[in-house]
Write a protein that binds this ligand. Sequence first.
Ligand code: FAD
Length: 393
Amino acid sequence: MHDDSPYDVVIAGGGLAGLSLAALLGQADFTVALIEAREPQLSWPEDSIDLRVYAISRASETLLRTCGAWPAIEARACAYREMRVWDAQGAGDIHFDSAELGEPALGHIIESRVIAKALLEILDDSGGVTRFCPASIQSFSEPNGARTVELDDARTLGATLLVGADGKQSRVREQAGIHAQMSHYGQQGLVAVVECERDHEQTAWQRFLPTGPLAFLPLHDGRCSIVWSATTARARQLLALDDAAFCAALGEAFEYRLGEIIGVGERVLFPLSRQHAERTVAPRLALVGDASHVIHPLAGQGVNLGFKDVRALAEVLISARQQRRDIGALSVLRRYERARKGDNLATMLAMDGFKHLFASPVPPVRWLRNAGLDLVDAAAPVKRLIMRAAMGL
Ligand SMILES: Cc1cc2nc3c(=O)[nH]c(=O)nc-3n(C[C@H](O)[C@H](O)[C@H](O)COP(=O)(O)OP(=O)(O)OC[C@H]3O[C@@H](n4cnc5c(N)ncnc54)[C@H](O)[C@@H]3O)c2cc1C
């Protein structure tokens, strides 16, 4: 069955990257088809927290405001004003405070499904975006200067441009023959929501342990979402502990900065890897988000990088159309690739550098990184630069 009206853009994947791109392009009067394999979660008990929780930068907040999604997100977003990072193997300590920039917050901690639902509501209210869900992209071809996309239910869609926003294991990337360099960190991220004895002080906390970083992210209801990155063996041990033993281990690993851990919900492990697609564009094809790059979650930048891709691609497509150029032409898409290549690669390498630097037990490295943390902490202009970069400003 062929859907006769060809779309300007077919987006594979309705994660946060795909949803936000559809919202921006829909607003700009592109005809868009959004294909998503899984039914979205649209309701949940008031007191339940999604296990996927993100630190959303100021730049990402601006993008979500542009999409019109922010008002529906705000009530369940926790602004974090400060960030504290310290090393378990020394006395190095660094403290970032948004007040030093004259800003109200460094960013917000928000559940993934809250952002997804707000974006879906925008799409369903706007005319230009047709959603196919649940549906998967099976294959695609380029018969006569346009993309033909085949879905798993045998429907076919025509498109001027196909965007792969289909995550780490992107089928679009694979079928386009774009190689992705992948390496496993040998770590898992244990994710859970915890209740602490003390208030989280609207602060994002991160302690670097020899086995990996442990982050406490403040939530709007006073609890914290944790990401405990550890070697696979250690992560499995932690997962197998009963709740009381886990809370005790977590409190100790976190040096009781927020007192005892008095409750923990479901615990889930995510394997941690890094991945980098060798190209992000081909004729009539572009990749955004995790389909293009996956990084270590230690600085919480994955979704933020995806949103930057989305903004850059939307800008390139809107400007190409204003100039009456073909939005699927490689020369147009290369502008998007150039705009994002440096930032994506630099962020990935920085995350790798941090991960290796903080994992090293070698005394000179330990000394250097602790001295480095203290030096940066004492150098206000450097700290301001780092904060502005993390905020995506
Ligand atoms: C433990 C952990 C903690 C993290 N914390 C943070 C954080 O604090 N801040 C941050 O910015 N990032 C964080 N990240 C990274 C973040 O999760 C990812 O970068 C982000 O989810 C990627 O979004 P995406 O839309 O590109 O891909 P995804 O979220 O993977 O979405 C892809 C979508 O495509 C769909 N799909 C797949 N194949 C097909 C197909 N063939 N047809 C149709 N649909 C398809 C899938 O169902 C899915 O919905 C973290 C990651 C981990 C593992």
